[in-house]
Every structure is written in C-alpha cells, then in structure tokens.
Design a protein around this ligand. Sequence first.
Ligand SMILES: [Zn+2]
Length: 356
Amino acid sequence: MARCADIPASFEKDLVTFINLTKMVNYKDLGLVNTREMFAKAIKGGYAIPAFNFNNMEQLQAIIKAAAETKSPVILQVSKGARNYANATLLRYMAEGAVEYAKELGWEHPQIVLHLDHGDSFELCKSCVDSGFSSVMIDGSHLPYEENVALTKKVVEYAHQYDVTVEGELGVLAGVEDEVSADHHTYTNPEEVIDFATRTGCDSLAISIGTSHGAYKFKPEQCTRDPKTGRLVPPPLAFDVLDAVMEKLPGFPIVLHGSSSVPQEYVDIINANGGKLPDAIGIPEEELRKAAKSAVCKINIDSDSRLAMTAAVRKVFNEKPQEFDPRKYLGPARDEMEKLYKHKIINVLGSEGKAE
Ligand SMILES: [Zn+2]
C-alpha cells in the first residue's frame, strides 16, 4: 500500500489489517460445513465419509453429482499442488458453486466440506482458513515428534477461532502424492496417539496402517500372485495397529490416506489403449469396507479417479482419433468418475443416504 503523508503509520497499519480482514472468506458464507458433526455421526453409524481429491471442473461436477444423487456427505479435497493448479481464487468460487449446484440437483441441505490435503506449513493452512476452507490437514508426520505436536497445535489454535476443523498425522505412509513422498511406511505408534491428540487439540488423526499413496502402493516383491489371474495380491493392512489406536482413543475420528483400490478394469483399459501401467496395485475394497465400519470415518481416494479419467480419455483417443472436441473426451471421463464415486459411496464407504 502506498504511504499517505496525512495518515499516521499506526493508523495505516490498522487500515491494512482491516482491509485484509474484509478480504477473508468464512466457509459458512459459502454454504460449506466442517467435519465435526459429520465424523461423530459416521463413527456412531459405522460408515466413513468419502474424501475425493479434485483438480478441475469435470472432477468437481462428478463428485457433486454422485454425492447429491446418493445424498452422501462428501469432502472435497485439495492438495497444495491442486490449489496452485486451479488457482486459489477460482477455487473459492468453485466451492461456492459446488454448493449451489448440489442444491440445484435437489440436495436440499448439502453437507460439503472443502478440505486442504497435506498442508505442509502454518502459512498454507492459514491461507486456506482465510479463503473459505472448512477443514485443513497439517501434515507434520515427517517431522520429529515434538515439532509435529508444536506445528499441529499452532494450526489448531488458529483454525478453531473460525470453527475450521483440523486433521493431524502420526506415522508415515509410503508412496508418492503431489509433494508428499516416502520410500517406506512407518506404522503409527499407538502409544503416542493420546498425547498427540490431547496436546494438539486436533479434530481427527490420519494414521499409517499400511495404506499408501499413488497407483503403485506395493512393490511386486511385497505381494503374492494369484495363480489364476496372474494379478498381484497386496499384503493385508495392519488392523492390529488400528485396533490399538481405537483402544487408546475411543470414539476419536481416524483417517485413512492412500486408500484407492486401483481397479484392474481401468488399468487394463489404459494399457490396452496405449498406456503403460504395469503392476499398478491398490488396497482391496473388502479391507476398506472393514475399516469404514470402525472409527475410521474419512477415507481418501484420489488415484482411482485419476485412473477412471485416464482410461476414458485414452479410450476415446484410441477409438476416435479424429475427435478433438474436449467435451467429447472429458464428458465420458466425467461420467466414468461419477460412476466410480457412486460405487465407492454405496458399496465401500456406506455413506449413502447419510445427508438427507
Ligand atoms: Zn494423503
């Protein structure tokens, strides 16, 4: 701001603060909700809320249509990379538009959360709180324990002033997702969870029990091969770790990241139409169904939607090489993603009809 000679410096500082405050957007004004009530109901009801990542309009349309038509609460999840890709300002209006679109589809009281996935700094989390997010994740899981506690607590103290809920993380997941990557996972230590949840005041906790980011969740040598199909069978999730965490923190909302199942139909379509995804492998849906019935109340799914989209686009490109209208390949991609989201809601997470 340019200095004005007639205004004392202290007043100018107040003015800048005031202008910044008026630029802040509270999620409640956009029609969004935080995760608190949603998670409490999910734990009691034995189901989980879908957290679908999105980067573009077609994905957002598909998520909202699937959620509205099944009346499922839904978490729209945006990573730092996705927020930069979409543009933070545009995103704020897309979220507001999503709520209005849901109503237009006949969902009278949409329960939609806008959530930051893998926030890596206080500043990023603050910026999201200030621009309409109703929930943020601060991922300090790669930091030494005490630093993770301090960073998470700082984010919680800021976010709670605006009734924005906060997800923390303990334990490290393997795999690659945007800026997050690790070679191997370290299971969450159940002995640390009470201390972490109490000292940080976080509203939910992402834990590591063997799920993993990306479409290559396990190396072939970690898996066995099904003799009939020749496909890889992944090692089971560490449900004993989950049970121990639930025993330490009864009724506390638990989050699973990296929970795509990598449907082999999509991998096959991609590979049959010029793609190259050998040995892509995910988490079996039976295991996620089991987790959804426990204190796990948020299940993150990103790769499956990327695969659905890529399979549909590749198919059109291969079968109709003369096609160059984006609606003709992004349209089928959107339909395929909607089908996938509905399948997850109805058959895996059990959240259908939970937001009438
Ligand atoms: Zn994640």
